[in-house]
Design a protein around this ligand. Structure first.
Ligand SMILES: NC(=O)c1ccc[n+]([C@@H]2O[C@H](COP(=O)([O-])OP(=O)(O)OC[C@H]3O[C@@H](n4cnc5c(N)ncnc54)[C@H](O)[C@@H]3O)[C@@H](O)[C@H]2O)c1
Ligand SMILES: [Zn+2]
Length: 355
């Protein structure tokens, strides 16, 4: 079974990737945490699919457990649900030696992680990510948060899990939308640091989801290793971790201008990667041919590559790079070539002419 370690000294933790792992959560929890009681936090899409299996594995390992099922979707990542979780943890008599299991996508992982970081000043938690995005991105690295009405992820912490348990087979039940969301991030890892992963994606993409699933263990392993390496070097996001934002500056601007009602996150990131790479290649900052190779892969994955009809000035102000930012140096992630990125210092005019 591939195990990746996030090397963070005494807070180091393993990420295990294994088909069928969902039925062995209990055995791993016992090995990692010893005898304790587990509070499972999940949502109403994931619960009917996987909750009983996780509970059965905890029973088999002789571990006590309780569970709460929250509504699915981003609105659940809020202070009211966090407060609801504190009630649940109190009612379940969770103590400082007990632990939380976050069973679900990034919404559940971020929310349950923040509950773990704060309840009783911090209790242990295990991430059991069940979406592609959560497996390759949100479950690794210890960023936990809830949204406020004023914006996403405004209240949170850096709080690392005790372990991440990834079962690739859970991805079989994901809807196409969420599969594509994760794929945007998968392509990103190939772009920023792993040309071999990029080449594997090029090979599989024409065969669609089935061909990608045939290689999913390798794909997950390479993405997670990339994220674990970056997090180990820059846990608190003050330098290298910024490279994970490749494609996100333009992507987020598009999402904002569409009021999160248009392109999905993974699609917006795909588009953002294509647009910035065309721009930087045109300015001689990126090796010739890089944009065409990226676009060919995104096309094979049926990802968007053209900006929707949003005025450039709106996009630039959504990036916070308008007059307010004038005179400030901006840090933009760009590709030297496929598999190699760097942090480039630019001025506020950098994004002009992105169409
Ligand atoms: N902490 C981080 O570093 C980090 C990084 C990236 C994104 N995020 C956060 O992650 C969240 C998005 O995560 P997400 O895309 O996983 O969203 P999500 O948790 O909403 O899951 C997507 C949907 O899939 C359903 N689902 C989950 N697993 C399933 C499965 N195996 N089969 C069928 N359906 C399943 C969920 O119920 C939900 O409806 C956002 O809130 C974002 O801010 C956090
Ligand atoms: Zn992203």
């Amino acid at each position: 079974m591939p195990t990746i370690t996030v090397s963070l000294g005494e807070r180091a933790y393993p990420i295990r990737i294994e088909a069928g792992l969902i039925d062995r959560v209990g055995a791993h929890a016992r090995q990692l945490l010893g005898d304790c009681s587990l509070a499972i936090i999940t949502d109403d899409n994931v619960a009917p699919l996987y909750l009983q299996r996780v509970e059965a594995s905890l029973d088999a390992a002789g571990l006590r457990h309780s569970s709460i099922v929250l509504p699915h979707g981003e609105p659940t990542k809020c202070l009211a649900q966090l407060s609801n979780l504190y009630d649940f943890l109190c009612e379940s008599h969770v103590t400082r030696t007990d632990a939380i299991i976050a069973l679900g996508g990034g919404v559940i992982g971020d929310l349950a992680g923040l509950a773990a970081a704060t309840f009783l000043r911090g209790i242990r938690f295990i991430q059991v990510p069940t979406t592609l995005l959560a497996q390759v991105d949100s479950s690794v690295g210890g960023k936990v948060a809830v949204d406020l009405p004023q914006g996403k992820n405004l209240v949170g912490a850096f709080y690392q899990p005790a372990a991440v348990l990834c079962d690739p087979l859970t991805l079989n039940t994901l809807t196409e939308d969420y599969w594509r969301d994760g794929l945007g991030e998968v392509v990103k890892y190939g772009c920023i640091c792993d040309e071999e992963l990029f080449a594997l994606l090029e090979k599989c993409a024409p065969g669609g989801r089935q061909a990608l699933m045939a290689e999913i263990d390798t794909i997950l392993q390479r993405c997670i290793q990339a994220k674990a390496d970056v997090v180990a070097q820059d846990e608190r996001d003050t330098g290298l971790r910024m490279t994970l934002n490749f494609g996100h500056t333009i992507g987020h601007a598009v999402e904002t201008c569409q009021h999160y009602n248009g392109l999905r996150h993974g699609e917006a990131v795909a588009l953002g990667m294509a647009v910035i790479t065309r721009l930087t290649e045109g300015r001689g900052l990126t090796a010739p041919g890089t944009a065409a190779r990226l676009e060919a892969l995104l096309a094979a994955l049926h990802m968007p590559m053209e900006l929707p009809p949003i005025p450039e000035s709106d996009l630039i102000s959504a990036m916070g790079m308008d007059k307010k930012a004038a005179g400030k140096a901006l840090r933009v992630i760009l590709l030297d070539a496929i598999g190699q990125c760097r942090i480039h210092t630019a001025d506020t005019d950098f994004f002009r002419g992105m169409r």
